[in-house]
Every structure is written in structure tokens, then in C-alpha cells.
Design a protein around this ligand. Sequence first.
Ligand SMILES: C[S@@+](CC[C@H](N)C(=O)[O-])C[C@H]1O[C@@H](n2cnc3c(N)ncnc32)[C@H](O)[C@@H]1O
Length: 270
Amino acid sequence: MNPNKALWEKGDFTRIAQSMRESGEALVADLGMTKGLKVLDLGCGDGTTALPAARLGADVLGVDIARNLVEAGNRRARELGLTNCRFQEGDATHLDGLKDRTFDLVMSIFGAMFAPKPFDVAREMVRVTRPGGRIVMGNWIPGDPTLVAQLLKISAAYSPTPPEGFVSPMTWGIEKDVIERFAAAGVPEGRIAFAQATYTFNFPGPPAEFVTVFRTYYGPTMNAFEAADKSGRVADLQRQLEDLFKAQNRSSRKDLTSIPATFLRVTVAL
Ligand SMILES: C[S@@+](CC[C@H](N)C(=O)[O-])C[C@H]1O[C@@H](n2cnc3c(N)ncnc32)[C@H](O)[C@@H]1O
């Protein structure tokens, strides 16, 4: 099986996404959704950004490589009575079945960054966006001191060495790499804007419980624990993650963990 698909179907990202809903809504509210705007949400998960976009009237297609997340997204859309939002399986590296110049807005919030072959991903996002349309990406930043960059760094340190030729998803958080990828897709640098922004994770429980959610449901952390188990380092990994989550927590309530995480917002005007 495609290892990229296997990684995201292994866990259940809906359990993490539940802590990201407020920030997803806030981000979408800032993207100028209008009735009938044709939106593609790439690497949409269970709809953290797709569903708020549809609630604001956009006509939304969510595409994700993980079958379980596509099913969860369609279920949530049905429960919310949103007929202008549907989810389907697809791969950001080759968006088969999606026609050229279709969407007014292609958004990908911590989604397409996890696909392999970043040059193919940039080319596909540009291909399906109409002239005059926009691409908006949210990408975690390598070396950033906040939660997700650190979590992925720690997880990678315990995981098996990636295969030859592997390109780290975190490179989507480096401006010069983003420029190079879109340049190869025919987009001049002047059409790309960068800004740092914040996503806040809100979890109804203490930090150590939030670590357990990642350990149980988040593919990259699950893999790290599996590898740590083989090398007898599970307790070290658990301690490192608990320290990280506690240090990053900004809530003083026992029943709430609230962790802001910095990301790179990329806007491409076509
Ligand atoms: C960190 S989650 C973010 C999900 C969602 N955008 C959100 O903000 O809740 C990454 C998502 O990217 C999806 N993904 C990873 N590789 C992909 C690919 N090649 N094509 C499409 N989706 C992909 C995963 O299945 C997962 O749903």
C-alpha cells in the first residue's frame, strides 16, 4: 500500500482535529468566503476548514488520501445538513479527475505539506486553480519552538530513518523551498506572500492526556512509539512529549490544555 496513505489511515486524525476546530473556523473566516465560491480543501481531514467554508456559503470539495477521514467528513457534512460540501479520496500529487482551472480557492491547511513529491503537489494545486484565483497553504515551520514542529522533530528522532530521496514535509515551511516549487509550476515569486500565524489546540483535559491522544491516534507519533518500543525507549519518548506539552500549555485550568502553535501561511495569487 502507498505508505503516505497508510500513515494517515493508521490512526484517526479526527481525534486530534477536535482540538483544532476554533482555529480552523477563524482561519476560514479570514479567507473571504462568499456564496458559490468554488473551494478545494486539499488534505482536508474530516473537514476542520472545509465545513466552516461551506457554512459561509462556499461550494466545497474536500480531497484527502485517507479513506476513514473522507468518510468522517461526509458524515459530518450530512449531520450539519450541508449539501454544498462533499469529500472524496484523492492524492495531492496527482489530482486525477479534477479539471484544470476549476477552483477559485485551493486551501490546504497542514494537508498537502504531508504529501510526497512537493513539486508535483505545487503543480497540481496551480493546475486546478483558475486564473485570478488563490492558493492558501498552512505549513508547519522546521525548527520552530512551538508544539507541532517540536512534536514532529521528536517523533522523527525515534522513528526509523526515512528511505533514500525522502523530502521532509517540514520543507513546506521554508520560504525559499515554497518559492522554488511554485516557480517550477510557473508562478513568479512576486505572486507569493508569506506570513506567520497561530493555530491554537484546545483539549478538554490535562497535557499528559493530550499526549495519549497523539500516541494513540496520530500516525507520525504512533510510528515513533512503535519504533521506541523496539529500542526500549518508550518511557523516554513519553517523558519528552509530556514535558513538551506541559511547557507549551497556556491554560491554568486543570480540565483544559490550550497550546498555540506557529505556522507559515502561504498565499499564492494566480
Ligand atoms: C495534519 S492532517 C490535517 C487535516 C486537515 N487539513 C485539518 O486541518 O484538520 C494532514 C492531512 O493530510 C492528508 N494527506 C496526507 N497526504 C496526502 C496526500 N498525498 N493527498 C491528500 N491528502 C493527504 C492526511 O490524510 C490528513 O488528513
